[in-house]
Structures are given as C-alpha cells and as structure tokens.
Design a protein around this ligand. Structure first.
Ligand SMILES: [Zn+2]
Length: 248
C-alpha cells in the first residue's frame, strides 16, 4: 500500500456516489493526485471543510483502487481567510485552478507550478493586492515556466524592433504593422505585458486599474488557451473588467 505525504492545493472536486467526493489535488512533489473523500458530503464530516477548492493543505494519503488515494489526515497550512471572504478573490482563484487542472501532467511532479499556485493564493489572500489581474499574470508566468514566454521586445515574425501593433496568441508574441495578425494591441497593453513579465508584477497588482488591464486579461487568456489547445470555461467566464475594444 502506497503512502503519500505532501503539501497540496485543492484544484477541483466532484461528487461520487451517495456521499463521497473525488478531490483533485496539485501536490508539491507528486503532481496531480485524486483523493476519494469518504462521506465528506455529510455535514458531520471534518475532512470536508479542509478539502474545499483553493484550500492549501497538508495531506497524508494512502493509495487504494486504481489511481485513487484516500485521505488519512488533512490539515490547513494556511487558512486564507481574506481570499475566502471575497467573491472577486475566490473567482480569480477558480480561474487559476481551472488552468492548473488543464495542465497535461498526470502523476508528473511540477514543483514550479506548485510554487506559482502558492504565490497566487497568498497574493489573493493579501488585501494589499488587487485580484483582477492575478489570473492573467498567472497564465503569463505559466507560459514562461513552460518555455513559451510571449515575445514582446520585437516582432515575433520578422524581428523588427517596432512599432508593434498586434498580438497573436497562436504565434506567441507581438507583431509589427507589416506582419500583423491576431488582435490589435495598444501601447498601454504592450507596456503592461512587459511590466508583468519584466519583474514589476508586485507593483502592477497593487494598482487599481493599470492602463491596458482589460486588453492584457484577454490576451493572456487567449495565450493560455492556445498553449493548451482548448477553451477554458471557468476562466473564460472570469470577466472582472469591461471587454476591451480590440478589432479581430
Ligand atoms: Zn514583423
């Protein structure tokens, strides 16, 4: 019988049978694992509250049938009360974990993703930070982590330095007027993308509504969907900002 102890974040759960839930965890050292949480839908269950989506927990698991584990012990590592008390923060967190769930790496550990995820949760739990651009920033950081950082300092097609007027998620970067495809990008949008990926993210997330924010939210979403080759339902419905004017 295989045992597993690790730090983990609950990225999703779904019901199974009468009173059980399957809880999907992204663990620090063991990748994505599925836990059968017996009886968590009964109100008396103590495990249930510790296994809600976005919980940051310490788990002690034992492997059962197939690829499933059962939980022997679950404890919160951090309560994340600010995050839990605010719909905007919860929704931003949901948009992030949906993308983590889409990462095609069953049973493959990726501590880099875990670290990014923990940074998202602690940022969302800090009232100093505005949650609006957290999902977009996470998608962009995940692209960097996967070696697919968007090209922003020159035309991704012809390498001219600029002016850069468009952004094409399927090509992975900004484009000059001769090569343009994808969506238009404003100078503000381009500047904001560069700030997020260039080490200024902490400041960006403390600003109320940085110029170009709505554009960047859409372009980051397009980029992560293009990267995984699928549309993402929850994060697509995550629309904290008015849609930007972009001619397609
Ligand atoms: Zn070009």
């Amino acid at each position: 019988m295989k045992e597993l102890r690790d730090d983990a974040v609950v990225i999703r759960s779904y019901r199974s049978g009468e009173s059980d839930r399957i809880v999907v965890l992204w663990t620090r050292s063991h990748g994505k694992v599925r836990v059968v949480a017996k009886g968590v839908r009964k109100s008396t269950s103590r495990l249930g509250g510790n296994l809600e989506t976005l919980a940051y927990v310490d788990v002690d698991l034992v492997k059962t049938r197939g690829d499933f584990f059962i939980a022997r012990h679950v404890a919160h590592r951090q309560r994340l009360t600010t995050l839990r008390g605010d719909y905007a923060r919860i929704n931003a967190g949901y948009a992030v974990v949906e993308v983590v769930d889409a990462i095609p790496s069953e049973d493959v550990a990726d501590e880099g993703v875990f670290d990014l995820l923990i940074r998202v949760l602690t940022t969302l739990d800090d009232p100093l930070y505005n949650p609006v651009l957290v999902p977009a920033s996470f998608y962009l950081k995940l692209l960097v982590h996967d070696g697919s950082e968007p090209v922003l300092d020159q035309c991704v097609n012809c390498a001219r330095p600029g002016p850069l007027v468009a952004f094409d998620a399927s090509i992975g970067g900004a484009l000059c007027s001769q090569c343009r495809s994808g969506s238009s990008i404003s100078p503000d949008g381009l500047t904001l993308l560069r700030r997020i990926l260039g080490g200024d993210l902490g400041t960006v997330l403390r600003e109320d509504d940085p110029p170009g924010a709505a554009e960047v939210a859409v372009l980051a979403q397009d980029s992560i969907e293009s990267h995984f080759g699928r549309r993402l339902r929850v994060s697509r419905s995550y629309a904290p900002l008015a849609p930007p004017r972009i001619d397609r």
